[in-house]
Design a protein around this ligand. Sequence first.
Ligand SMILES: [Zn+2]
Length: 265
Amino acid sequence: MVPKVRFLLPLVLVTGCTIGLSAEEPVSVGSPLAGHLVKGVSLPPQGEGYVLLRPEEPTHFGTPSLVGLVQRVAAGVARRHPGGAPLVVGDLSARYGGAHPRHRTHRNGRDVDIFYPMLSLDGRSEGGRPYLHLGRFGAARGGEQGRLDLPRAFSLVELLLQDPETEVQWIFCERGLKARLLRYGVAVGADPEVLFRASWVLQQPTGAAPHDDHFHVRVFCSPRERALGCEDRPPHWPWVEMKEDSARPNEGDDQLLTWIGEGGL
Ligand SMILES: [Zn+2]
């Protein structure tokens, strides 16, 4: 039984010297631990290669770069592995971000959970689900059956790291599964650049659950989002250019007052 949850509209304090918010554009504000989301976009309940785990809950909002990334990589995995079960996508952020009842992060539209693609004992493709915990060799634990679908899981990682539009900062996963994914990538002759990036980006987080039932993906701000006030936190990977969109909006007080006058809050 899932407890009834409540998503609170975060209190937004506005000062004339903060970020250049535009009345029209979505932006991720602050950190994944203490931020919120302005005009987040919704990931549809299902699309090519994925389904939302909890479509009835308002936890499917993110920045355009995150939502677009999920749609592109899910479609990519589906096309590479025809007949595969759709990826199961868990929480993004609430409509306005802020505190999330199931997570310490997921507050500013740049985090998404994707459950591990699985194979049944007889080799059928399945979506993962919460609490289907995997051991470090990829087999389901705790009386459950099935194992990690390594080809589909590696394709997902590869597509996340090769996406032409969105830069991924972290793919949190249990460290034994990371080792299996890297070993699989070497065995199939994956692009060395992908393996190099994966060796950094795949990470078992410290001070949090080991992530043995899902990948937790966090993205950097896009250049446009950065110009609008989205803030990246370290680490910044050497292959990611931390540039801003050259079409930076007017950030002056006049612009801010105009925006407030138009009902921007
Ligand atoms: Zn997560």
